[in-house]
Design a protein around this ligand. Structure first.
Ligand code: KIV
Length: 277
């Protein structure tokens, strides 16, 4: 294995994942894994597991803060959670979302908020949209801020997209995805998330652009995959078609809490071994 391989941590892999490692992974046909992370312990566990990219997604609004949509997530939320993750890990690439309302008006706004995310510890900023945000992508890239695009179902546009729906099902939609991806690449984006897109369309986009495509609900042929960690670990209970729960954290945590309550009520916890003389 090359010393540049982004595969699981160890003596033969880089101590720090950088964008060039994702690019290398694409060229080697070696998929990489990205997970959302919003706090210290989750971030450290995912780093120990070898996850290459941690995304402080604006999904923090709905997975942690109790909002029903990511549109409620603020820039201040993003700064707080980005800081928490960035301070907690060394190896993964740290990517953070530009919150809804922080970049749509133009490059100046995008740059100001992008700079603040970088100051908080992000190494890449992600924003949603295609050809309509290329001026923002250029401004960020020109300022030395790497950008990840986000196409397909774009959660910040949930209202105009009439809910969580698969995008690019017809030929016109697929062509639009393709031209948006090429426009983002041309503007300087270093990677693109592709969400809720038919697998065959995602494969076409992955083939057509030279930057890594990171899929979520976009089939197996993308260069990398991303999931919201609480879905991946079975904590949220969300069972969308594209989600696989690799654990039952919700069940395990409930069982632990029930056991704790039982032992408190029975006075079997705390025992002598948990008490001070
Ligand atoms: O905010 C988020 O978690 C995301 C992922 C769904 C890619 O953008």
């Amino acid at each position: 294995m090359s010393t540049e391989s982004p595969a699981a941590p160890g003596p033969a892999s880089p101590a720090k994942i950088r964008l060039r490692h994702l690019q290398l992974a694409k060229s080697q046909g070696q998929p990489f894994a990205m997970l959302t992370a919003y706090d210290q312990f989750a971030a450290q566990i995912f780093e120990a597991a070898g996850i290459e990219v941690l995304l402080i997604g604006d999904s923090v609004g709905s997975t942690v803060l109790g909002h029903s949509s990511t549109t409620a997530t603020t820039h201040q939320d993003m700064l707080t959670f980005t800081g928490a993750v960035a301070r907690s890990v060394h190896r993964p690439l740290v990517m953070a979302d530009l919150a809804f309302g922080t970049y749509e008006s133009g490059p100046t706004d995008a740059l100001r908020h992008g700079v603040e995310l970088i100051r908080a510890g992000a190494e890449v900023v992600k924003l949603e949209g295609g050809v309509e945000v290329t001026a923002q992508v250029r401004a960020l890239v020109d300022a030395g801020i790497p950008v990840c695009g986000h196409l397909g179902f774009t959660p910040q546009s949930v209202n105009s997209l009439s809910g969580h729906r698969v995008q690019g099902r017809d030929e016109a939609g697929a062509e639009k995805l393709l031209s948006d991806a090429l426009a983002l690449e041309e503007a300087g984006a270093s990677a693109i998330v592709l969400e809720l897109v038919p697998a065959a369309v995602a494969a076409r986009v992955t083939d057509a652009v030279s930057v890594p495509i990171i899929g979520i609900g976009a089939g197996p042929d993308c260069d990398g995959q991303v999931l919201v960690w609480q879905d991946m670990a079975g904590l949220s209970g969300f069972q969308g078609k594209f989600v696989k729960a690799f654990a039952d954290l919700r069940g395990d945590l409930q069982q632990a809490a029930e056991q704790y309550r039982t032992e408190v009520r029975e006075r079997s916890y705390p025992g002598a071994e948990h008490s001070f003389e």
